[in-house]
Write a protein that binds this ligand. Sequence first.
Ligand SMILES: Nc1nc2c(ncn2[C@@H]2O[C@H](COP(=O)(O)OP(=O)(O)O)[C@@H](O)[C@H]2O)c(=O)[nH]1
Ligand SMILES: [Mg+2]
Ligand SMILES: [Zn+2]
Length: 348
Amino acid sequence: MTTPTLRAIGWNTFFEDQLSEAELGSAVLARVSAHHGSQVALVGESGEFRLPVQSAEVFGKVAVGDWLLLNDTGDRAVRLLERQSLLSRKAAGEEAKPQMIVANVNTVFIVSSCNEDFNLSRIERYLAMTLQAGATPVLVLTKADLCEDTDALSQRARELHAGLPVIVMDARSAEQASELAAWCGAGQSVALLGSSGVGKSTLANALGAGELATGGIREKDGKGRHTTTSRSLHLLPTGGVLVDNPGVREFQLRDCEAGVADLFEDVLEVIAACKFSDCAHEAEPGCAVRAALESGALDERRYASYLKLQEEQERNARTLAKRREREQAKSRSYKAAIDRKRRGRGDE
Ligand SMILES: Nc1nc2c(ncn2[C@@H]2O[C@H](COP(=O)(O)OP(=O)(O)O)[C@@H](O)[C@H]2O)c(=O)[nH]1
Ligand SMILES: [Mg+2]
Ligand SMILES: [Zn+2]
């Protein structure tokens, strides 16, 4: 089943292992390339096609990057394959609704420029999100040509997470972008995260991101005008796929406990050394946090950043839990009403 075509759009053994022998022989597989509200755009061995949202989302909402197993005629989903990763954030607004960004990327290139945009705490935010998603973060520091001391920046960035690869480059250079080839091979999917203007589009170009199929899809918008929709899956000459995501500029972490814990392991270690397990790190005796801040063993910025992200994800996780409770209560009372109605009619 691993025909070059499917592999070229990110198919790998993680997904193949989810199919039975019979399915491996005959399955129609497709990857979600865009969501257009009432229609879902897909790419498979036969090329690009669309399904009504009801036929694609038989098993729940799909995100760009998802893999679907379709019926023999290819017009209805029979299974949403388990996701290898899922990048999501808190949707805008009060409700802590999660919003899916992209599914099934192996690597996230977190893009930051070496000049004004360079901000350790912002990078930490992207890192927590990526780790929570189950993808590998790689930090790409662009505009190296405009910076005097890139070594100092990359050294500080490397300290944010053990083993974090940090690549410093001029994003306009294809030659320098080849340093990222290791994460862009066949069966690999990558996404770009970063503020506007840092060089994401420039980097995509340098990586050789091409269109998935020839020509733009022309379609009519609500007012009958023709618009060209851009595609979300871009083939890379190295064999992988670049999955475009809607600009994720300002975002809040949703339920992200694991991601924050993974990123701030060093801070959690210090906290664990406080004498009291419920230490507020204020005036308690034996507070390891205060001691570490005073000695400089724990960086003030790092600790403040931890507090901010931890608080944010906890608040959003709580709102989310409350929302789920309300929804469950609603559905329980709805079911009870139906039961009462049935009993009244003597259906049971
Ligand atoms: N000098 C220099 N300019 C860059 C570099 N990367 C991006 N740019 C420029 O920065 C501007 C914004 O880049 P763009 O790729 O559109 O950023 P995006 O908003 O993240 O997609 C463009 O004018 C690019 O040419 C770089 O590494 N060096
Ligand atoms: Mg751009
Ligand atoms: Zn303490």
